[in-house]
Write a protein that binds this ligand. Structure first.
Ligand code: HEC
Length: 154
């Protein structure tokens, strides 16, 4: 019940702000993480970092020092879960044709008006087929897009 309320809240927040909170995906150790790490703050905050197993070990000891309670077995599961789901992952690809204006702004390092211009152009002319199409977007510093071309997906 609490988890589903929380999920509904997250969905609402995501809808309202356009910014996704870190998801707490299902998997081994999910329940322990929500239980142990969701007591003082949301489990989403617990999952706000991206780090190695050692990094997560340090975070967990820090939380234990601040009063976090759990069994050794629970902490072991939490550590495995966080390391697997929130490890130091490669940056995500940028879906040029489906990303929202805010995602493009953040992902490509654009100004708000540049990302808006990109979306407007996309709406008017249809999907971009390659990076060359983006050169034609008026009011956009193409160098910024080119600098991140390895991450672009069309
Ligand atoms: C006893 C309360 C409590 C519990 C339980 C708890 N935390 Fe925290 N956590 C805090 C507080 C207080 C802060 C803010 C501390 C700060 O800003 O230095 C925090 C902040 C964080 C942060 C933000 C970054 C940082 O290092 O400050 C992360 C990540 C985090 N907690 C992860 C976890 C994880 C993972 C668990 C489960 C193992 C957990 N927390 C359980 C109290 C708790």
């Amino acid at each position: 019940m609490r988890t589903s309320t929380l999920l509904a809240l997250c969905a609402t927040l995501t809808f309202l702000t356009g910014t996704a909170l870190a998801d707490i995906p299902p998997g081994n150790g999910h329940d322990e993480t929500v239980k142990v790490c969701g007591k003082c703050h949301s489990p989403e905050q617990a999952a706000s970092l991206r780090q190695t197993r050692t990094g997560w070990e340090e975070t967990i000891s820090k939380m234990v020092n601040m009063g976090s309670e759990g069994t050794d077995e629970e902490y072991e599961k939490v550590l495995d879960y966080l390391t697997k789901q929130f490890g130091p992952e490669a940056p995500k690809p940028i879906e040029v044709n489906t990303a929202s204006s805010i995602e493009l702004e953040a992902g490509l390092g654009l100004t708000r008006s540049e990302s808006a211009a990109l979306v407007k152009y996309r709406d008017e002319k249809g999907a971009f087929k390659s990076i060359d199409d983006i050169k034609n977007v008026p009011g956009l510093d193409f160098k910024k897009v080119e600098a991140r071309k390895a991450r672009l997906k069309f």
